[in-house]
Design a binder for this molecule. Sequence first.
Ligand code: TXA
Ligand code: MG
Length: 333
Amino acid sequence: MTGKTNMITQIKKAETAIDEAAALIKRGELVVFPTETVYGLGANAFDVSAVKKIFIAKGRPQDNPLIVHISSLYEIKEIAVDVPDIFYKLAARFMPGPLTLILKKSEKIPYEVTAGGETVGVRMPDNDYARALIAASRPLAAPSANRSKHVSPTTAMHVYEDLCGEVPLILDGGDCRVGIESTVLDLTSDVPTILRPGAVTADMLLSVIGEVSFEGRVLKVAKAPGMKYAHYAPTAETVCAASIKSAVAQYDKKLADGFKPVIVARDIYRDAVQDRAQISLGITAQDYSHNIYNALRVAEKSYDYIIVEELHGDGLEASVMNRVRKAAGGKTV
Ligand code: TXA
Ligand code: MG
């Protein structure tokens, strides 16, 4: 359940409303802002009562920590202590960008941000509006701007659908370029550990640091605290299809059972899909990642059974499958 404060929610073009947004943040209010991954629901990271509003607006469990978004590396000293050299190596290569690094928290960061823990996630978004807002106000504690457990938002309208009445202002910066959430890398463990895969892949990290522990390859690695919740779930039943052939077979079976199914797949299977309902994910893996959350939100509105094409590669393909398998609750046909 969300907070139901019934405030008026305005959507404004990001380029026209940075000052207004910064003023809201400084007053302890929430602002939704665009990033290159997904939209974020931001509050002044140093303001306990502002941060608490995030959890109420989203209906988010208190034990799921928030990422602190920065606009420049100078802000780190207020947020983290004992920052290791590899942080700066990784920052030089991937910041701004879709990478969150977990560090030891400073005293100034409230436990409301870190869910009671001694570590804090830090990320510099690759989005000019996001960084301008942060530079004009404060570092922003921000989760994805969806209702808790729903699909993450990649357009301002997705946010509006989930959080209308809960936030005063949504900055509309258009479509999010990457389309899935940032890679989360824990730098407080002995070996840097990927807690959530994303567009900065294990191979990319390995090009900068010597070793990385990756959930998919090293078993029994730690999970991000939030990962135990069933994230990213559309409101309609969703399954993965190992191949387009099994997608088509499942479609026909469900149609015969009286369902209204849809195939969500790249646009390269016209002959196989024929006149069955399809939502296209474009052609490349980048297209797939960019389009997947919007496709799931479109699908759940008009269909009651969603069949999503599985990708079988590594890198970005593996990261995006991490989200799709969650959306499908692990079900594959
Ligand atoms: O791309 C993104 O990261 C987006 C945009 C808005 O920046 N944010 C985002 O936030 O996806 P959220 O809250 O939806 O997901 C953050 C993830 C959660 O799985 C959380 O548990 C993990 O990062 N996380 C945050 N702080 C952490 C910490 N101190 N230790 C371990 N995991 C942490
Ligand atoms: Mg989220």
